[in-house]
Ligand binder design. Sequence first.
Ligand code: SF4
Length: 397
Amino acid sequence: QCVLSCPVGALTEKECIDDVWKALADPGVHVVVQTAPSIQVTLGEAFGLPVGTKVTGKMVAALRRLGFNQVLATDFAADLTIVEEAYEFLHRFQAGQLPFFTSCCPAWIKLVEHHYPQFIPNLSTCKSPMSMFGALTRYTYHQERNLPKEKVVSVAVMPCTAKKYEAARPEHGHDGRSDVDYVLTTRELVRMIREAGIEFSELPDEPFDSAFREVTGAGTIFGATGGVMEATLRTTSWVLLGNGTGQSDKEKPAPIEFREVRGEKGLKLLHVNLGEYDIRVAVAHGTGNARRVLEAIQAGERIDFVEVMACPGGCVGGGGQPILGGRDHKKVSLDYRHDRADALYDIDSHKNLRYSHENPVVQLLYREILGHPGSELAHRLLHTEGYQDRVKDDFKR
Ligand code: SF4
């Protein structure tokens, strides 16, 4: 298992490439790979394509040629996360248990655990899309294909090294096995593609494997700061404005875009009006801005819903993404993240489905396996209550 020593996964990166090659060479195991939403707009840079080029189809083709048995988009699990998270938010909103914090960034979780443990109860219990997908694929392979759990190797291509740490956390696993066995950063994937001698630019566009192929635009924008907030507000507004009652209200459709939560500003504090409801939201990226939000809450400011992504720009700016070598870093530092995020929003704007709860495969999953958002099985597979006060651990060091 890949291990990190830095609490936010920024200082030590243990590579998993050899372990993944070994699994791919083993005919006795089924190797499933998932790719985070941001990878499709950053991978191409390493092969000379302009920043923000969408290479979804070539990325899938490359992973197939590397030998992965199944190639899946984490965007699907992001849709699932949003449904679980929106219902959790609504439940806490109605119960007055606010503020509510997103939980898909492991470096943000570590910041809370080590420096602000009093806010642990405010964190969503939803695991990240990566961990949800790992648990779900192992469960469904076992239930439906009768594949023993130990025969399924779960690999994730992620934008950061902190995800390696997240995968190694004991609560992100079942029966002594991690939900995700190996996490490769985008840069590690680049190395594997090069080692295999694959001509990336010559690859055809190929679709993801059919299981869980359906993804909405809401699942895709997770890769940019504000994306989780916007995706959650889409489904939350659908419920709060009455559309969630099952009575389609064509006169008053729930809003799709919440542009005010997008963009590079490090901390956005906003009121979002959803009918009779006023929700005070905070969107922060970078740990300095995360601290500002927490300190504002400590000082008594009312904030209902907080999204924090530890990397500047969100996952498009993750520490495992391609480094724009040879360019003036200062000059491109804002632009390149902006261009990558724009590419995600462009994918979203061209999708027929842009609300996570409209994902037909997510709906099928609830009908046939999970029951309903927040069900007992959903909690067992998709949630965790394993966050801990780690301040005392820091004193022991
Ligand atoms: Fe990883 Fe950074 Fe994304 Fe957090 S914001 S999940 S640390 S890439």
